[in-house]
Design a binder for this molecule. Structure first.
Ligand SMILES: Nc1ncnc2c1ncn2[C@@H]1O[C@H](COP(=O)(O)OP(=O)(O)O)[C@@H](O)[C@H]1O
Ligand SMILES: N[C@@H](CCOP(=O)(O)O)C(=O)O
Length: 293
């Protein structure tokens, strides 16, 4: 048996739609795999009642198929599905690393990124790699069709998860098909600023670089209380706030000592609009780990 823990991730970071991602140091999924003649799946943990066990509908089934590695796969969910925290990606990345080890396929983590992304195609319709890349490699990742670049960033974060469900598939439907040249220039400038901020481990630059005028405003409409929560986090000292992945989680970047205040302000603002929520005080973390085999 092989057991792998893969972390939650936050994709896009505002200005880097389908490109930027960060691994979070918590929460995480744990996946156990054992060789079998055909793939079967068991799911326990947070939101497991909403996750199919049919290998054609669970992301790990697509990963086992892509690696030609049939197995009994047990998933212990720590990352709530449809959270905007890369729930499906955590399972995909963990399964890819575990099955690669179980069947001794010898693929590097970079080579496993497109395989794990096959799982994302099952749920969102597209094999976007911006969650599976940080889930496998850790840190801040830039995923393009040329491959993945990784920066070992250390940035404090707060991820606030409301009790609202936004599926990635639905949130991809509201993404505008076109952007003006002004918005393109704005986004390139912010994305470059964010990348420099990650390299310098500077929350202020990362926060300034999150601003996005194209995708985020359309997605924010799907999250009750987004504007209020964003304003509250900024007033409490956050350096930047945006939608985490496709939502509904909201991600704030701030100084390490400001996380408690920012988290409390975000929870209070959700409460004011009658939405229950939980906040993870976290930071950019490591990728998936094999911890028992
Ligand atoms: N192993 C899995 N873990 C989480 N969600 C899964 C898994 N397999 C299939 N799904 C389905 O994927 C959807 C959640 O994925 P997605 O909308 O991308 O959420 P998230 O933003 O949390 O990744 C749900 O419909 C869920 O049933
Ligand atoms: N780039 C994707 C990221 C989806 O992230 P998730 O955590 O919501 O699955 C998108 O924005 O659609």
């Amino acid at each position: 048996m092989v057991t792998v823990r893969a972390p939650a991730t936050s994709a896009n970071l505002g200005s880097g739609f389908d490109v930027f991602g960060v691994a979070l140091d918590r929460p995480a999924d744990v996946v156990h795999v054992e060789r079998a003649d055909r793939t079967t799946i068991e799911v326990t943990g947070v939101g497991s009642q909403y996750i199919p066990t049919d290998p054609n509908r669970n992301v790990v089934g697509a990963v086992a198929e892509a690696l030609d590695a049939p197995a009994h796969i047990r998933i212990d969910k720590g990352v709530r599905p449809s959270s905007g925290l890369g729930s499906s990606a955590a399972s995909s990345a963990a399964a890819a690393l575990a099955l690669n080890e179980l069947y001794d396929r010898g693929l590097s983590r970079e080579e496993l990124v497109p395989i794990a992304a096959e799982g994302e195609a099952v749920v969102s319709g597209e094999a976007h790699a911006d969650n599976v890349a940080p889930a496998l490699l850790g840190g801040f990742t830039v995923a393009t069709d040329e491959g993945v670049t990784t920066i070992d960033a250390d940035i404090p974060l707060v991820a606030c998860l409301p009790e609202i469900v936004v599926s990635t598939r639905d949130a991809r439907r509201v993404v505008p098909k076109q952007a003006s040249i002004d918005d393109l220039v704005h986004t390139v400038g912010r994305a470059a600023t964010l990348s420099v901020g990650m390299c310098r481990r500077d929350p202020r630059l990362v926060g300034a670089g999150m601003d996005d005028r194209v995708v985020t405003p359309a997605r924010a409409e799907l999250i009750t209380g987004y504007d209020e929560v964003r304003s509250a986090a900024l007033a409490a000292g956050a350096d930047g706030v945006t939608v985490s992945g496709a939502g509904p989680s909201i991600l704030a970047v701030c100084g390490a000592n400001d996380r408690t205040r920012v988290a409390a302000a975000m929870l209070e603002a959700f409460d004011d609009v009658d939405v229950s929520a939980q906040a993870y005080k976290t930071r950019v973390g490591s990728g998936a780990e094999i911890f028992e085999f």
